[in-house]
Design a protein around this ligand. Structure first.
Ligand code: ZN
Length: 454
């Protein structure tokens, strides 16, 4: 079972920093193992990196990327974008979801993501009636990930109320909704699909959508005693104000006071934090799930990156609404937002001489793996055999040594620099080409054209 099946040689492989002449061996379960005895390693390339986990995705939103960029009648914000999203979501069933998600996952792999955490709330038929198979929409995502060859952390979302005041879901939100027992039944049914490339965790949509007693009941259940727990939090100032008014505390403060927030948790966005919340969140060991391109697109605000890193906080990145699908662009936006607001450079590197690209890539690997709840993000024994090979002949990497290659990858140019991608010991992208991309793209195009007509 754990014999060496195949092995590759990297001129340089990223293991927290660059190591020279590394042999990477895969066992029969698709994980890295000790390379001893792997003499017949084939050369993978010059620059080999671990694949990046994408810790926050709503796959269906890929098909509406670019459809909400026209000014409306009043001030546009997250809330006006949400209207477009709701209208779009209403038309998507399991087959369409699978087609959209498979296309998205191919794009993720080609960009360098090898793991996706799917924050999935599109559960029922548009009028709120469960499908004959209640997990049909969840299984569409499992199947899409299998087709694309990406690993999945599926996070079925508990979504119960339309606001902090406990108002019922609006008509167009009904397909998102569960009571606690219905939610736990779904979770239990999905746990049966776990395997080396599928992990199932828990997601609470947000404090405004999950009443306190329901949160307690889910977290106390036997099904919640392991695996990742994700929640949207403090993305919007309106949400902070409502939480203050109805729960007497800011969202992150309230959550830290009312749940055992630890390394199993990912707080998605956590944009609006006081200094005290920032240091408490950092100390909790939870992951701040940052989605800079979506947060910029929606006009959310900026995360206090420097203070959080100085407090030892853990972070990862997600493409969330998929207005952009690129780890490089997320990391660029994360750093550039800080530069623009502070009028300084090189913010994420906190020590003199440190590289910003290396600091960000290292941090996002670690936090992303923690958020995914799977052994990923490292080119070391026991971790899933995922890797990226950068495009050695690219002019962008000419004359780059170990001190500059990752900064060039993260910050320079707009050409794709990820040439080959291995996921779970299988090549899914070779020479910029995904093994099934034509079929998946043709099906996607047909589905989106149909949605546009409806
Ligand atoms: Zn989200």
């Amino acid at each position: 079972m754990t014999e060496v099946e195949r092995a590759w040689r990297a001129d340089f492989a990223w293991r927290q920093g660059w190591s020279k002449d590394v042999v990477l061996a895969v066992d029969g379960t698709g994980r890295w193992r000790e390379a001893a005895g792997a003499a017949s390693a084939e050369r993978a390339g010059r620059w080999v990196l671990p694949g990046m986990p994408n810790l926050h995705s709503h796959a269906f939103q890929r098909a509406m990327a670019g459809l909400a960029e026209r000014r409306g009648r009043s001030d546009d914000s997250f809330w006006s974008w949400r209207e477009t999203m709701y209208a779009f979501a209403a038309a998507i069933g399991p087959e369409a979801l699978q087609a959209i998600a498979a296309q998205l996952y191919v794009e993720m792999l080609k960009a360098g993501y090898t793991q996706v955490c799917e924050f999935h709330y599109l559960h029922h038929q548009p009028d709120g009636t469960p499908y004959a198979l209640p997990k049909a929409m969840s299984l569409a995502l499992v199947e899409a990930a299998r087709e694309a060859g990406i690993a999945l952390t599926l996070l079925p979302v508990l979504y119960m109320t339309g606001g902090f005041d406990g108002r019922p879901l609006a008509a167009r939100q009904r397909r998102f909704g569960h009571d606690v027992s219905g939610y736990l039944r779904l979770l239990e049914a999905l746990r049966r699909h776990e395997g080396p490339a599928v992990r199932v965790g828990i997601a609470l949509h947000s404090l405004r959508a999950v009443p306190e007693e329901a949160m307690r009941a889910v977290l106390a259940s036997g099904l919640a005693q392991d695996g990742p727990i994700h929640i949207h939090i403090a993305e919007q100032l309106g949400e902070v104000q409502d939480c203050l008014a109805l729960r007497g505390a800011r969202p992150v403060e309230w959550l830290l006071d009312h749940a055992q927030v630890d390394a199993r948790w990912t707080l998605v966005h956590a944009t609006h934090l006081t200094g005290h919340e920032t240091s408490r969140l950092a100390r909790s060991g939870a992951v701040a799930g940052l989605c800079p391109s979506t947060e910029a697109n929606l006009g959310d605000g900026l995360f206090p990156l420097a203070d959080y890193l100085d407090a030892g906080g853990t972070l990862g990145i997600g493409s969330d609404s998929h207005i952009s699908v690129s780890p490089v662009e997320e990391l660029r936006w994360l750093e550039y937002g800080q530069r623009l607001s502070t009028r300084h450079r090189n913010i994420a590197a906190r020590g003199q001489g440190e590289s910003v690209g290396e600091t960000l890539w290292r941090a996002a690997l670690r936090g992303g793996a923690q958020a995914a709840g799977l052994p990923v993000g490292e080119l070391g024994p026991g971790h899933r055999a995922d890797l990226l090979v950068l495009d050695e002949p690219s002019p962008l990497l000419a004359a780059r040594g170990t001190d500059a290659v990752l900064d060039s990858f993260v910050f320079a140019g707009n050409q794709q620099l990820v040439r080959h991608v291995l996921c779970g010991g299988e090549w899914v992208v070779r020479d910029f080409h995904h093994r099934d991309e034509e079929r998946i793209a043709a099906r996607y195009r047909a589905v989106v054209e149909e949605l546009a007509r409806s």
